[in-house]
Design a protein around this ligand. Structure first.
Ligand code: COA
Length: 259
């Protein structure tokens, strides 16, 4: 039913596995569309009481937005790409009335880290790696990364990670509050299911109100998300973005000129 997702329901928990392991589960248009569709079902299907989001394979959760789709889309196209993702997937996960937990099983970079951060909380395997490497591409995050990373780990550390593009491991992500628990990869899904089972034993209406209220308490300045999309789009009109994305695809280091 979904060309880019594997799905399974166990004890009323829907397990969504993003399934492009040869591309490290990068988020292309099809993945965004499939996630959008399945989230509609999560909202309306009474048999689904919670969601685990994970990635196929042992290497990546999601290694970012699909860089091959960035070519020639320009500032307007860049902003549209970000807005569409926000509307169809990222904000829908954050506002989902049922618990959505990210089981981060490897690289969570760029849009992958942003996808994990849109979930209500995150658990990770020991091999997980987090980062926002957009500046390597002449870009900034466009799926809420500047806002949610700051909410989760605070301004100073968010500034550093966003500006250096450094990757951090699971243990550091836990110290920073980006993930709640770290487990061996083989135990990750078992633990995620246990957590969801515990939450699903509580009153569902109360849980949905918890999600709304905690989201409100943690909400960033509303314009933060709007401005991020605007500046993300603006990066697409720069020579540096063309150089950064071309360099990635040509597997070489980018040389930026500030243009
Ligand atoms: N978009 C498109 N393709 C991607 C991708 C992305 N974000 N991330 C990885 N891939 C592809 C690679 O191009 C490669 O494809 P190929 O086999 O056709 O050449 C495949 O996935 C495997 O990745 P590879 O780079 O060979 O694996 P690695 O182990 O050497 O490196 C990473 C792993 C995660 C460090 C590296 O893939 C990477 O830096 N990815 C991009 C991360 C990023 O910048 N994300 C933010 C995007 S906004």
């Amino acid at each position: 039913m979904y060309s880019t997702l594997l799905t399974a329901v166990e004890n009323s928990t829907l397990i969504i596995t993003i399934n492009r392991p040869d591309k490290l589960n990068a988020l292309n248009k099809d993945v965004i569309e499939d996630l959008g569709k399945i989230l509609e079902d999560v909202y309306t299907n009474n048999e689904i009481k919670g969601v685990i989001l994970t990635g196929a394979g042992e290497k990546a959760f999601v290694a970012g937005a699909d860089i091959t789709e960035f070519g020639g889309i320009g500032a307007v196209g860049g902003a549209e790409l970000a807005q569409r993702g926000a509307d169809m997937v990222f904000n829908k996960i954050e506002k989902c009335p049922k618990p959505v937990v990210a089981a981060v099983n490897g690289f969570a970079l760029g849009g992958g880290c942003e996808l994990a951060m849109a979930c209500h909380f995150r658990i990770a395997s020991e091999n997980a790696k987090f980062g926002q490497p957009e500046v390597n591409l002449g870009l900034i995050p466009g799926y809420g990364g500047t806002q949610r990373l700051t909410q989760l780990i605070g301004k100073g550390k968010a500034m550093e990670l966003l500006m250096t593009a450094d990757m951090i491991g699971a243990a550091e992500a836990k110290d920073l509050g980006l993930v709640n628990h770290v487990y061996p990869l083989a135990e990750l899904l078992v633990k995620a299911k246990e957590l969801l089972a515990k939450i699903q034993s509580k009153a569902p209406i109360a849980i949905s109100h918890i999600i709304t209220c905690v989201n409100e308490a943690a909400a960033a300045e509303k314009n933060g998300f709007i401005n991020e999309i605007k500046y993300f789009g603006a990066c697409f009109a720069t020579e540096d973005m063309v150089e950064g994305t071309t360099a990635f695809l040509e597997k070489r280091k980018a040389i930026f000129k500030g243009k």
